[in-house]
Design a protein around this ligand. Structure first.
Ligand code: SAH
Length: 406
């Protein structure tokens, strides 16, 4: 991914979307089936004989504490240590009796992540963390600052099965989904880094983007579970403006997410304006025509009341023709959408090129008559190849070999 220091272009001549409720066409009407998934399924909670506390929903955590014969206020103390004070182990929880801390440490764990590498950009201070998951696997997360604002780019899977041609993560082998606790641990770890650096401030406005390694909607249960804790007042108490799930576009799951009633925003990685180009660049989603994907994005916007971002990575000569610009502009009017153009981040061995400044301006000028609001993301951490997946690839040698027969 690249990181969102954005420049906004407004087309004042163009009618802005008013309230989005005028988009009457619901996914039901176009045959998208919606299946609600329960968030509190007990799955993967006990690992290596210990309960990982951030794998538990808050209801489960409350049950877990009362299982020790403790009064309800102990749950409130523990939850505050986990999500407000961002504890890394039980020893820090000094207002819990020593006996309880020892019991908890015997049966449970606070975190399962260990940062093994941190790369810091000399240009803008962006930091990329490689976390060891304790089972020989690892993931990356990125911390970016824009003045007082902090953005955390979080992974949802170890590797990614989507095989998008331009993405660094897809150069490695997909290994597994992350547990809910492993998702929340990334956030706690990075928030703690911010807090330790800036002790004067009690809390920072933090944005969370699921734009790290993996396809979040393929790890739907853990994702939903994690967002519930992010939303919960006793958890992180974060609203939809601050949480963005980015997807390569799985229409059914986009509708599921809309119906789950979470507070989060959605970004759709469109990246092509024709089905054949999308099939070439993003083969794993080729079975979903753009129309079906856009219908699902519109359904999300309609249901959540939030505009969906259409992300578009600019790959010179692949998806950047004048016709692409016009088609993209038209697609961006098919719902309450905002457009985000992303210059391609080449990484160490980029196979593609992005547009130079003149070409980018031309593309924008062609889009502006159609697109109500358009932002261009600027890469953060260019000197550390801050696109997710690169440090992971380099460190572990998980690169895919050449395809058989080639
Ligand atoms: N699988 C999810 C989330 C991870 S990718 C998704 O596809 O949305 C997050 C964003 O980074 C996506 O918009 C993706 O298109 C973009 N991206 C991936 N590789 C990139 C690269 N090399 N340069 C610029 N953007 C990239």
């Amino acid at each position: 991914m690249v990181f969102p220091e954005s420049y906004t272009y407004h087309n004042n001549n163009c009618r802005r979307h008013g309230k989005i409720s005028w988009f009457g066409v619901l996914a039901h009407g176009i045959g998208l089936r919606v299946t609600f998934m329960h968030h509190n399924a007990h799955h993967g909670i006990v690992r290596n004989g210990k309960t990982h506390l951030r794998d538990l929903s808050l209801d489960q955590l409350s049950e877990f504490v009362s299982g020790f014969g403790e009064p309800p206020y102990r749950y409130r103390q523990l939850v505050s240590w986990l999500y407000e004070k961002l504890a890394g182990d039980f020893q820090e929880m000094t207002d819990l009796p020593l006996r309880l801390r020892e019991q908890l440490a015997h049966h449970a764990r606070v975190t399962s992540l260990r940062a093994t590498t941190v790369q810091v950009s000399q240009i803008d201070g962006t930091r990329k963390f490689l976390f060891d998951l304790g089972d020989g696997k690892s993931i990356e997360s990125v911390l970016m600052r824009h003045g007082q604002r902090v953005t955390l780019c979080i992974s949802s899977q170890v590797g990614c099965p989507m095989d998008c041609l331009f993405c660094q993560t897809s150069k490695g082998v997909f290994q597994r989904n992350l547990k809910c606790g492993e998702i929340l641990d990334q956030i706690c770890h990075l928030k703690r880094v911010c807090r330790d650096e800036d002790e004067a401030k009690k809390s920072h406005p933090v944005n969370i983007v699921f734009m790290g390694m993996g396809e979040p909607l393929l790890n739907y249960r853990s994702l939903v579970h994690a967002i519930r804790t992010l939303n919960a007042p006793e958890g992180f108490d974060m609203g939809s403006k601050r949480i963005t799930v980015s997807t390569s576009g799985l229409p059914r799951r986009m509708c599921n997410l809309a119906d789950a009633g979470l507070r989060c925003s959605l970004a759709l990685s469109l990246n092509a304006t024709t089905d054949s180009d999308r099939r070439r660049l993003m083969p794993a989603v080729s079975k979903y025509p753009i129309k079906e994907t856009i219908d699902a994005a519109r359904y999300f916007a309609e249901t959540s009341g939030r505009r969906v971002t259409l992300e578009y990575v600019l790959l010179r000569g692949e998806n950047t023709s004048d016709e692409d610009a016009r088609r993209l502009g038209k697609i961006s009017r098919q719902g309450p959408f905002k457009l985000n153009l992303i210059p391609y981040n080449p990484g160490p061995e980029g196979e593609y090129e992005t547009l130079d400044e003149d070409e980018l301006q031309r593309f924008i000028q062609l889009l502006l008559p159609y697109a109500p609001t358009l932002t261009v993301r600027r890469s953060k951490g260019p000197d550390i190849f801050a696109a997710c997946g690169q440090l992971w690839n380099q460190s572990l040698g998980y690169k895919k070999g050449p395809a058989e027969g080639t």
